[in-house]
Ligand binder design. Structure first.
Ligand code: 5GP
Length: 201
């Protein structure tokens, strides 16, 4: 049974680093590559970071019901293709999604067993420092990201877990622990328990 792990965080909270480390540390996890209409940034590769497509193509795929969830973020479409979940299931892997609050809400409705984690910086000041240290964005973009962060943080109650990212190493430990604990849930263990029980009969 494939478990869906949703990870959301305001921009600058350290989500990409933590997600990358989680995937490196825990076997059997696949990262869900989303479709987007925003143009690639920096070193981003098509098919690896995102599938970069036009608005027209996105709308076509949306109309055909190809997305498990989708949202419009900063004026661009983003969506999770149903094939990501199918491929993870075929590979016997769990799926990790980096999606926003709107997507998290839709997925939780469709897949109630999905496990969601909200990552946040310890304070607005720390978030602002991180956004500035990254020096990717203008003052105007940073101001908008801080406003959007406030809005996203207000939605924290949608999530199963909240992770305050004070220090990367311990945040990675917590994320790894969430995945491991989920994998030990009884409903996920049925297939493993049965053969063990048979040895006792
Ligand atoms: P960015 O453009 O910085 O890569 O992502 C902007 C926001 O879109 C982030 O909050 C990210 O989590 C979200 N996002 C990326 N892919 C998806 C997706 O497939 N669905 C939804 N709902 N949000 C996404």
């Amino acid at each position: 049974m494939t478990t869906v792990f949703i990870i959301s965080a305001p921009s600058g909270s350290g989500k990409s680093t933590l997600t990358r480390e989680l995937l490196r540390r825990v076997p059997g996890l696949r990262f869900s590559v989303s479709y987007t209409t925003r143009p690639p940034r920096g070193q981003e590769q098509d098919g690896q970071d995102y599938f970069f497509i036009s608005r027209a193509e996105f709308e076509d795929r949306l109309a055909r019901g190809e997305f498990l969830e989708h949202a419009e973020v900063f004026g661009h479409y983003y969506g999770t293709h149903t094939s990501e979940l199918e491929r993870a299931a075929e590979a016997g892997a769990d799926l990790v999604l980096d999606i926003d609050v709107q997507g998290a809400r839709q997925l939780k409705q469709k897949i109630p067993g999905a496990v969601s984690v909200f990552i946040l910086a310890p304070s607005r000041r720390v978030l602002e420092e991180r956004l500035r240290a990254r020096s990717q964005d203008s003052d105007e973009v940073i101001a908008r990201r801080l406003r959007d962060a406030a809005e996203e943080i207000r939605n924290y109650s949608l999530y199963d877990y909240v992770l305050v990212n004070r220090e990367v190493a311990s945040s990675v430990e917590t994320l790894v622990a969430i995945v491991r604990a989920t994998r030990s849930r009884r409903d996920r263990m049925e297939n493993e328990i049965r053969p063990i029980l048979e040895t006792f009969l």
